[in-house]
Design a protein around this ligand. Structure first.
Ligand SMILES: NC(=O)c1ccc[n+]([C@@H]2O[C@H](COP(=O)([O-])OP(=O)(O)OC[C@H]3O[C@@H](n4cnc5c(N)ncnc54)[C@H](OP(=O)(O)O)[C@@H]3O)[C@@H](O)[C@H]2O)c1
Length: 323
């Protein structure tokens, strides 16, 4: 494993990390979840990502349970949660959003589910148009001062709003956001590469990026249709199929097929190549992997070796295939 600093902070995250969305507390059984966390840990992964909304809190419960079961040392791993969407199906007004109240309640609920005394990383899962940014910044600052959160950040916030949060933190003497959690993959790169460019230099922000395989699309598994046992086949994720394939589904598939054909020519799995591509960006602190099986995770971990092996000429071919 390789370790990278989370932006300008001193926290060292594994360059590849592991998240529980759409798997733990749902399609992945508890025993398989245990095997996945164990395999991740054995390969040097030290950051486990979660959120209040994943399987309505069940993903955090399963993760907390298996981490305790595996007796991972608390000072050896980093665990996150995220607040915004709530942890019930139809949240009441105070059970969602980024108000001082929900930030407080959600943090304490996540600590219980994950069975930890503090969250290493705590994200505002989306911007909340109904809460002043300064209120959320102050609420996060309280949690940091209480030792319940070590670093807080945002996820999919517009750069302008992140800037506002930094200004509010400076004005109030509050802890500023350390990291952002954006989507980043070969099919979705604009925000990380362009919109956030000034945030890295101005605030030393790090990124922990999600969906490196565009929910599995970049493995090539959807090239000839939707396999029955895949994420996009699941009824609960019908909306995701629309999202991942998008209005320009045929164009995305043409690009993906070109990419997977190139991976075959280069003698690597498309999954490892797509993840290695994310690792090339120095502003990426950690690429959060998802996997429903240990075999997938092991294949994805090969990205470290692929990243070390590929040169500029190969990466130019990847860019051309995706153009
Ligand atoms: N902040 C946010 O808003 C946000 C949003 C989304 C995700 N995240 C975080 O990022 C993490 C990773 O995102 P993601 O799960 O979407 O990542 P991803 O790598 O794009 O997709 C992972 C899924 O693709 C399939 N897959 C993975 N490796 C494969 C392989 N080698 N061969 C074939 N299929 C493979 C599996 O699904 P199937 O086997 O079921 O097909 C797996 O669950 C999440 O767990 C979560 O922690 C954050």
């Amino acid at each position: 494993m390789q370790y990278r600093r989370l932006g300008s902070s001193g926290l060292q995250l594994s360059a590849l990390s592991f998240g529980a969305w759409a798997t733990f507390g749902g399609r992945v059984a508890r025993g398989d979840a245990r095997n996945l966390v164990a395999a991740a840990w054995d390969h040097g992964i030290n950051f486990f990502d979660n959120a209040e909304t994943y399987a309505n809190g069940a993903a955090e419960q399963v993760m907390g349970d298996v981490i305790a079961d595996l007796r991972l040392p608390r000072d050896g791993f980093v665990v996150s949660s995220k607040v915004f969407f709530g942890a019930v199906d139809k949240p009441r007004p105070t059970q969602k959003g980024l108000s001082r109240k929900h930030v407080h309640d959600a943090c304490h609920a996540a600590l219980k589910r994950l069975r930890v005394d503090y969250l290493d990383l705590y994200y505002c899962h989306r911007p909340d148009p109904d809460t002043p940014v300064a209120e959320t910044v102050a609420a996060m600052d309280v949690l940091v001062r209480q030792g319940k959160v070590l670093y807080w950040g945002t996820s999919e916030w517009p750069a302008e709003r992140i800037r506002e949060a930094h200004e509010a933190a400076r004005a109030g003497g509050f802890q500023a956001p350390t990291m952002e959690q954006p989507q980043y993959n070969l099919l979705h790169r604009e925000r990380v590469e362009s919109e956030y460019a000034s945030l890295y230099a101005d605030f030393g922000m790090g990124t922990t990026t999600w969906s490196p395989l565009a929910s599995g699309l970049l493995t090539g598994k959807y090239n000839e249709g939707v396999p029955a046992d895949s994420r996009l086949a699941s009824e609960d994720y019908a909306w995701l199929q629309r999202d991942v394939l998008g209005d320009d589904a045929s164009r995305r598939l043409v690009r993906t097929r070109a990419f997977t054909a190139l991976a075959a020519t280069l003698g690597v799995s498309p999954a490892a190549l797509a993840i290695a591509w994310c690792l090339r960006n120095p502003h990426v602190s950690s690429v959060i992997l998802g996997a429903s099986r240990v075999a997938q995770l092991l294949q994805n971990l090969e990205a470290l070796e692929v990243a070390a092996r590929m040169g500029d000429a190969e990466w130019a071919r990847v860019e051309a295939a995706m153009a």
